[in-house]
Ligand binder design. Structure first.
Ligand code: 5RP
Length: 231
């Protein structure tokens, strides 16, 4: 797994702050990425100490991590009563607005499904992910046949599209759902909400990494400590 952003200690502090909010009987959504992986590990330690939870994962990677940590994994379909709390990382978060951009691990479609099925969505980040306004490129998962169509639509809206390429494979990144990812750089986002709606309406788009009005809490870790904001 690629680790971007701040230090391991900062990520672990943020992850632990969210994992500490989990209690017996909960169904937990487990995100993807290096910070979410620390939350999975922290929950695994608590499970070993007797915590009784089950989890819905957001990627092949988070599923394997959860199973290795000894956490019971179920499908979203099986989470009958819904998800009590989803814990996930982010590529960038605007703390005042509580909006964030995800998809650095190309898992944002399932991450959004799990977040939207959850009563609470707790984002865990290190301090390098904080911004006054969102400006990180927006990951867009697209059906393979639609990648040019979507790239053209992004360019028409003033964005700079890039088809995400794999690092240890020739060609594009293929998501866990068998699709491709177009990263769209729009610079600073004046209106994340309207951009989110526009991107969702494009033919061939599966989902994008703009999470607007979804975050209910954010824990920000740094090398000295962690702060949690509840929205
Ligand atoms: C995966 C994600 C990740 O949560 C995001 O990329 C942050 O990852 P990390 O904690 O490794 O910086 O959205 O799709």
């Amino acid at each position: 797994m690629k680790s971007t952003g701040g230090t391991t200690a900062a990520k672990q502090r943020a992850a632990r702050a969210a994992a500490d909010r989990v209690s017996d009987g909960m169904t937990i959504g487990l995100g993807t990425g290096s910070t979410a992986a620390h939350a999975i590990d922290a929950l695994g330690e608590r499970v070993a100490d007797g915590l009784d939870i089950r989890a819905v994962t957001t990627s092949f990677s988070s599923r394997m991590r959860a199973l290795d940590a000894g956490i019971e994994v179920i499908d979203l379909d099986e989470a009958g009563g819904g998800i009590d709390l989803a814990i996930d990382g982010a590529d960038q978060i605007a703390l005042d607005a509580g909006d964030c951009i995800k998809g650095g691990g190309a898992a944002h479609t399932r991450e959004k499904m799990v977040a939207s099925a959850a009563d609470r969505f707790h984002v865990v980040v290190d301090e390098t992910k904080i911004a006054d306004s969102l400006s990180h490129p927006v990951a867009i998962e697209v059906l393979p046949a639609a990648h040019r169509l979507v790239a053209d639509a992004v360019a028409k809206r003033g964005g700079e599209p890039t088809l995400r390429t794999a690092e240890r494979k020739d060609g594009p990144v293929v998501t866990d759902n068998g699709n491709l990812v177009v990263d769209a750089n729009f610079g600073t986002l004046e209106s994340p909400r309207s951009l989110a709606a526009e991107l969702s309406s494009l033919a061939g788009v599966v989902d994008h990494g703009l999470f607007v009005d979804a975050v209910t809490a954010a824990s920000v870790g740094d090398d000295d400590g962690v702060e949690t904001i509840v929205y």
